[in-house]
Design a protein around this ligand. Structure first.
Ligand code: TYM
Length: 349
């Protein structure tokens, strides 16, 4: 949106991403985010992962349930392979730089930009007068999450692309307005076969933790029988699988199942089609169910084990928050200096 000068500063490569602990996590969260978060740890780049509890309260959350869901989401990260020693794992509200930088960005972002956010329109629906101000301002808090760490790359599913683009606009406008080259222009990383896992009941809608139909999604806490039943009942068309991926073009339900299989098996959709092309769903669905159970059952078992010791999860999140704060606070301090805030407390001490 802004015509900023190209960046002169070289920013250290750093990955940041977040998940809302606003309900049980789904196969969409796993394939679009968690599995990739774990893989990113092997690329020699610093990785910072956050349970964005301040984002979660943009819609009503029962306090006890929110705490429980945050522990559960922390367990899901670890069970999916995010190692809290190799990555920083923490909950957002323990690092105050997010909310503080979010305020500065509320004063940088334009109302017109917010009005274009499709996720706000989807979530608010017809009730734009009734939803919280936080839900509307949410993308500028997300920009603060990312930019408080000068993160250069953000692995996300397709649905977050517009928010990361807004983050780029905010960084560029801040840099332009204050005549600095302080915030990086972050790249979204939207990679793999499962950047948009769709509902099992309707291949044109995103699989979502807030869908009223439990049959529409696989929850990371579902047991083997439930997973198998949900895949068996997944909506499909009567045709067998095509002989090429192009044949999936106008078949959203079939395409979704092939993409899920591909992502779970670390194959490309073309490789899955090479194996199952011409076969009916009577053969493909049980194979998919078996694969999903084999991959997800160890995760849900590990989540259960971790959830039994919330003191250990507290320790991990507290340690992660200390390490996150050590990066974010100096960046926030410099941002305050740039915008002209007096910060004499530190000097007076
Ligand atoms: P959230 O909590 O809705 O989703 C977390 C991550 O899971 C991905 N995802 C999916 N990927 C593929 N298919 C699906 N059906 C699917 N559903 C969810 C999302 O794309 C996301 O990567 N605003 C963010 C959280 C956030 C954040 C951030 C992310 C806050 N601050 C900073 C990155 C960086 C959100 O609501 O994601």
């Amino acid at each position: 949106m802004t015509d900023a000068a190209p960046q002169k500063t070289t920013f250290k490569p750093r990955i940041f991403s977040g998940i809302q602990p606003s309900g049980g996590l789904t196969l969409g969260n796993y394939l679009g985010a968690l599995k990739r978060f774990a893989e990113k740890q092997n690329e020699g780049i610093e990785t910072i992962y956050c349970l964005v509890d301040l984002h979660a309260i943009t819609v009503w959350q029962d306090p006890d349930r929110l705490r429980q869901q945050t522990y559960e989401a922390a367990a899901a990260f670890i069970a999916s392979g995010v190692d809290p020693r190799r990555s920083i794992l923490f909950n957002q509200s323990q690092v105050s730089a997010h909310a503080e930088l979010g305020w500065i960005f509320n004063c940088v972002a334009r109302l017109g930009w917010m009005n274009r956010m499709t996720q706000f329109k989807d979530k608010a629906g017809k009730h734009t007068e009734q939803v919280s101000l936080g839900l509307y301002a949410y993308p500028s808090l997300m920009a603060a999450d990312i930019l408080a760490y000068h993160a250069t790359m953000v692995p996300v599913g397709e649905d977050q692309k517009q928010h990361v683009e807004l983050t780029r606009d905010i960084a560029q406008k801040f840099n332009h307005d204050y005549g600095v080259d302080f915030f990086p222009v972050t790249e979204p990383l939207i990679e793999g076969a499962a950047t948009r896992v769709m509902s099992l009941r309707d291949g044109t809608r995103k699989m979502s933790k807030s869908d009223p139909s439990d049959a529409s999604r696989i929850n990371l806490t579902d047991d083997a029988d439930t997973i198998a039943t949900k895949f068996r009942k997944a909506k499909t068309d009567p045709e067998p699988l095509p002989d090429s991926v192009e044949g999936l073009q106008d078949r959203p339900d079939a395409r979704n199942l092939v993409n899920i299989y591909a992502a779970l098996a670390d194959l490309t959709p073309a490789e899955v089609i090479a194996q199952y092309g011409g076969q009916g769903f009577g053969a493909f669905k049980p194979a998919l169910a078996d694969l999903a159970v084999a991959k997800l059952e160890p995760i849900s078992a590990e989540m259960k084990r971790l959830m039994a010791d919330t003191a250990e999860l507290d320790r991990i999140l507290g340690d992660g928050a200390d390490r996150a704060d050590a990066i974010a606070q100096p960046i926030l301090d410099r941002a305050y200096d740039i915008v002209g805030m007096i910060r004499s407390r530190a000097r007076a001490r």
